[in-house]
Write a protein that binds this ligand. Structure first.
Ligand SMILES: [Zn+2]
Length: 300
């Protein structure tokens, strides 16, 4: 069969399979898991919750979960991870993380051996502790205790699932540069303007964060976002969904760009008062969470 025809047939088959999945009722025990463990779920408008359920059914049917370090994957783990990954997809034209095949889950912070060039041809080898990683070769790696605490604390601005799946969205155009695919359905001239606005706002906010971090000032966004533009987008995504009022108040232009991209307005369903002030919050686990994406690319 010619490649083009095979692709068309494959796309049609995938669409039919997804329709079939979504025609089945959302399992009530999955609903109970989300009600018990994912506080943001209860805050969503009814129509968003239904859309999220559809995405979760597809996600769980199409992606493979693998326990690492002796972890046995449970349904609670799968449903909680899928729900948070799929929250990033609502209202948008998406293909449910088309390049992602596997989610690897460790029980807790895991360590990875890394090497880096330290000059004069000398390589330094060290162990890095991690909460999660996103690989553009088709995998996300997560530490379950970080997922669990991020899921249970929806207002602390730390959520490793939002973070790593924001990286996956960023990878979809083949580049880990902090600019995901924007507005595919627009005419080209509007699309061009969207990218220009995104670049202007995100670059300026990223530079501001870098300057604040260098000056030792407190920041609304996690200072890990000052690492590079890809990390900035991932960190900003965590704040957008978990501390939307704070982000909108202190970084209105950034909030607006993320609102346009995600086509969601979390301020509408966030509690009136977000706990803490966003600057004094402590990471849920006291370690450096993520590797630069270029480093992780080579690990599969
Ligand atoms: Zn990251």
């Amino acid at each position: 069969m010619p490649v083009l025809r095979r692709n068309v047939v494959g796309t049609m088959r995938k669409k039919q399979q997804r329709q079939k999945l979504n025609a089945a009722p959302f399992p009530s025990h999955w609903n109970s898991i989300l009600e018990d463990h994912f506080p943001l779920y209860a805050r969503l408008p009814d129509e968003d919750r239904k859309e999220l359920q559809d995405h979760i059914q597809v996600f769980l049917a199409e992606k493979r979960f693998e326990g690492c370090g002796g972890l046995e994957i449970t349904e609670e783990m799968k449903v909680c991870i899928a729900a948070q990954a799929c929250l990033l997809l609502l209202h948008r034209e998406t293909d449910c993380y088309p390049n992602l095949r596997s989610i690897l889950v460790y029980p807790s912070t895991y360590s990875v051996k890394t090497t880096r060039h330290v000059g004069a041809g000398v390589m330094e080898e060290r162990q890095d502790s991690r909460l999660g990683e996103a690989w553009d070769s088709g995998a996300v790696v997560l530490a379950w205790d970080a997922v669990h605490s991020g899921t249970a604390n929806p207002e602390d601005g730390h959520n490793v699932v939002f973070h790593e799946f924001a990286h996956q969205l960023d990878f979809e155009d083949g580049r880990a540069d902090g600019a995901p695919v924007l507005a595919t359905e627009d005419p080209w001239y509007r699309r061009k303007n969207r990218y220009k606005a995104w670049a202007r706002v995100l670059s300026s906010e990223y530079e501001k964060l870098r300057a604040n971090v260098a000056a030792g000032e407190k920041t609304a966004l996690d200072e890990y976002g000052a690492t590079n533009p890809a990390e900035f987008f991932a960190v900003a995504t965590e704040s957008f969904f978990e501390r939307p009022r704070d982000l909108q108040q202190r970084h209105p232009a950034l909030y607006e760009e993320l609102r346009r991209f995600y086509q969601q307005d979390p301020v509408g369903w966030a509690p009136a008062a977000e706990v803490g002030n966003g600057t004094d919050r402590k990471p849920t686990l006291p370690i450096s969470p993520h590797a630069p994406e270029r480093q992780t690319d080579t690990q599969e």
